[in-house]
Each structure stands twice: as structure tokens, then as C-alpha cells.
Design a protein. Structure first.
Length: 450
């Protein structure tokens, strides 16, 4: 069983548990079988499959694997993994991949993130094609099914990350790491356990019911535990991961959240020192500080839509060295252009560990704007609401529709866009000062929720 609504712009996500699921193991099987044709898996050596710790993970991923095998394609099953560990497996093995995860969504959800060989992104058209085929007649299994083999890639994943960021010689840091009962509980010891760090782990037990807090660090209430732990332990910083550990939020030594756009600007400066004139990618609602810094450092800037498939495509098209999103997705050319929260964390740890100043002082020069953060609203007609906002802002700034609606003034911008994964309208506002930001935020929210 599959409901069409689980197919999003970038991936698959839908309720897989409870009395009214949107897809089930039979649907996962159909999607696996459909993916063989859409992603040309019959010409590949195999498909790499990973899964996170969600309650339905083993059941849904197993059914999907059976669907792939039924079409005569081999599967390399890497088992429990973070999403960026799956990207690593795809890149290092030069094979297409499928990651079973619903990222930050509630515990009753599950989903799939796909990639082509070498972690290259699929397209929205690919997902539509998979949806069409999975909803149609089931293909007849081939006479000789594929073979499933298991492979542990975690040690090689950790080795690769450390080959990109060297933490030797840093001062000893005290680091809080909140895994949120997600996959960072598996990857953190493998990656950071070898470094000269005092690691204070929070909620590192893998538990797809998320008993401590939801695995969404974009919501401020889900950062409170790590903020408190930084102060309680006099730590240098905290790392907070989402459910599939491909995103990482940073908290400084004062317990203050470092805006992901600020982290993007900081890492971009380091990468541009390593490769002067390189290209940096960010999405439409990343802070203006990023293009300002990139221009000042002599780099080239590319702006794209929100979502990992769009950013990855731009990374590949422009051979970009680094990319960042407002949601704490960070992309690296040396990681096959894919997003990895753990590699971003290593960059931050290296910067702090080699400095004689705390993190708050290192990032102060990048913290130039007041931001609303992402504010979500459920609305009946997303397009009608965006048109209402556009009309209200007529002649007040430049408007574009690259990703939802963006209105840009001389020292502010407002963006309203539909969610790629949920039935929500998302609002982001940025301005040169808090007063202007708050006024624009409240005005736009009034228009959205009227």
C-alpha cells in the first residue's frame, strides 16, 4: 500500500506506523522493484542500502531490499547507518544508494533518500517515475534474484572524515554531543572517539521512539538539553544532531546557538583559503552574510533552492568546494558533494581547537543579521497565501519565485515557501536589526494566518 503523498520533492516520507499508515512493507517492496528500472540499477553492480534506528526501519528496509532482489539486482546492506555514512558508501563504492530514514520527522514516519552512483542526486522526475511504477502492476520477479551481502563501512567512513580534517595538535576540548537517540549515537564514538576530546554524550542510545526530545534541531526546544549541558559542564561547545545525523547544530560556550548561516560563512572562509576563488553554494534562505563573506574572500557564489537534491546538483554543476543551508546541512566536494553534519562538526572542532579564543569570538564577525528562524504554519491554500503576501509587499522590495516567494529590501528579506516534506508553509525573515526583523515577521505571519 502506497499513498501518493509520500513522494516529496527530494525524497520519500510518510507515516508507516499506526492505524492509518501512508505506506507499508508491501509498498516498500513495490518501491524497491520500481527503483530498479528508474535508476537503471540493472546496469549497476549493486545497490547500497542503509537504515536508521526507527521502529519500522528493519521491516521497511527489508521489504524494499526484497523488491530490489526480485528484479535480479544485488544489494549491499550496510545496516544501521547515518545518512552521510550511506553517502560515503555510495561514493567510495561508486554505487547507487537508498537510505531508509525520515530524518527529523516524528517516530511514526519513515522514508527513503536515494542517490545515484558516487552519491550523485536523483531528480524530482526520478521520484515521480518511481511513484508511477510502484503504484502500477507489480513486475514479475526474475528467474535468478539478486544477492544480498552485508558490509560494515563505519570504520572506513571515520577514516575518510579524518583524512579531510586533521584534529591532531588541537588543544583539548570539552564537547557536549546530543545524538537525540538518533544515528549519531552510532557514528560519534567511531569518529570522535579517537580524538583528544572530552566527549559528554547526551541521549546516545539508539531509540526510534525518541523518548527524550524530537530529532529536529531546527526547533529551539530540542536544543535546550545541550545548551544546559554546555553551561553545567563548562564545555567549549555542543554538537546537536538530527535523527539520521546528516545535520549538526552548533552551540557555543555560552550556551548560545550558532546560526547555521554563520557556520556556513565560517567554513566557507576556511575552504576559500584552501582553494582561492572557489565556488560556494547556499540556498535561497541562507543569510546574506554568506554571499557577503564569499565575495570579500574572492570566491564565487551560487544560490539555489532549499533541499539536498537541489544543492547537490548545484555543487556538481559548478564544481563547488562547499555548500551550506539554513537548516544545518553542509555539503563538501571532498565528500562527493554530499551533506555531512559530522564533517562540518570536525571543521568547527578544528577551528576552535587551533584558536586561542572561544567559539563565540571566532564567529562574532559573521553574526551580522537578526533572523526569525523558520516559522511553520498550516494553511489550506499555499499558493493563495504566497500571492497574498506578494500583493502586500508590492513596491516594497524586489520579488522572485526561485523558491516560494522572496521579497528583498535594502537590508532585509522575507521568504515564504511550501515545505518539501510536510503540508506546511514556512516563513523566514532576516534584517539588519531585531526591530525590523520582528516587524516584518509579525506582519507576514498576520498575512499567512489571517
Amino acid at each position: 500500500m502506497i499513498k501518493r503523498g509520500i513522494f516529496k520533492a527530494n525524497d520519500i516520507r510518510g507515516i508507516s506506523e499506526g492505524p492509518d499508515p501512508e505506506w507499508d512493507p508491501a509498498g516498500a517492496y513495490a518501491i524497491g522493484a520500481a527503483a530498479v528500472d528508474v535508476l537503471d540499477l540493472d546496469t549497476a553492480r549493486a545497490l547500497v542500502v542503509g537504515r536508521d534506528m526507527r521502529v519500522s526501519g528493519s521491516r521497511m528496509a527489508g521489504a524494499f531490499i526484497d523488491g530490489v532482489l526480485s528484479r535480479g539486482v544485488d544489494v549491499i546492506d550496510i545496516g544501521l547507518s547515518s545518512t552521510d555514512e550511506l553517502w560515503f558508501a555510495s561514493g567510495s563504492l561508486d554505487l547507487p544508494g537508498a537510505m531508509f530514514t525520515a530524518s527529523h520527522n516524528p517516530a511514526d514516519y519513515n522514508g527513503v533518500k536515494f542517490c545515484l552512483a558516487a552519491a550523485k542526486p536523483i531528480t524530482s522526475a526520478n521520484l515521480t517515475d518511481i511513484a508511477d511504477r510502484a503504484s502500477g502492476p507489480e513486475p514479475t520477479p526474475v528467474a535468478t534474484p539478486g544477492r544480498r551481502t552485508e558490509l560494515d563501512v563505519l570504520p572506513a567512513y571515520a577514516d575518510h572524515l579524518h583524512s579531510l580534517v586533521d584534529l591532531t595538535g588541537i588543544r583539548r576540548l570539552r564537547v557536549v554531543a546530543d545524538a537525540g537517540n538518533g544515528m549519531a549515537g552510532l557514528t560519534l564514538p567511531a569518529v570522535l572517539g579517537r580524538s583528544d576530546l572530552e566527549l559528554i554524550g547526551l541521549f546516545t542510545e539508539l531509540d526510534g521512539s525518541f523518548p527524550n526530545h524530537p530529532p529536529n534541531p531546527l526547533e529551539p526546544q530540542n536544543l535546550i538539553d545541550a545548551q544546559a549541558a554546555v553551561l553545567d559542564h563548562a564545555a567549549d561547545l555542543a554538537l546537536v544532531f538530527d535523527g539520521d545525523a546528516d545535520r549538526c547544530f552548533i552551540i557555543d560556550e555560552r550556551g548560545m546557538v550558532v546560526n547555521p548561516s554563520v557556520v556556513t560563512a565560517m567554513i566557507a572562509t576556511h575552504e576559500l583559503v584552501r582553494e582561492p576563488g572557489a565556488t560556494i553554494v547556499s540556498n535561497k534562505i541562507t543569510s546574506r552574510v554568506v554571499p557577503e563573506v564569499v565575495q570579500a574572500e574572492g570566491g564565487k557564489m551560487v544560490i539555489t533552492r532549499v533541499g539536498h537534491t537541489f544543492v547537490k546538483a548545484a555543487m556538481a554543476e559548478h564544481n563547488a568546494i562547499f555548500g551550506g543551508e539554513h537548516s544545518a546541512h553542509y555539503y563538501f566536494r571532498d565528500f562527493w558533494g554530499a551533506d555531512t553534519g559530522m564533517l562540518a562538526a570536525l571543521h568547527v572542532l578544528a577551528a576552535v581547537g587551533h584558536a586561542d579564543r572561544p567559539l563565540s569570538e571566532l564567529v562574532a564577525r559573521f553574526d551580522r543579521y537578526a533572523a526569525s528562524g523558520e516559522i511553520n504554519s498550516r494553511v489550506a491554500d499555499q499558493q493563495m497565501i504566497m500571492d497574498r503576501v506578494a500583493a502586500a509587499f508590492t513596491d516594497r522590495g524586489e520579488q522572485d519565485r526561485l523558491d516560494g516567494l522572496t521579497v528583498s529590501g535594502p537590508d532585509w528579506w522575507v521568504n515564504v515557501r511550501p515545505s518539501n516534506t510536510e503540508p506546511l508553509l514556512r516563513l523566514n525573515v532576516e534584517a539588519a536589526n531585531s526591530e525590523t526583523m520582528e516587524a516584518l515577521r509579525d506582519e507576514t505571519l498576520g498575512l499567512i494566518r489571517a
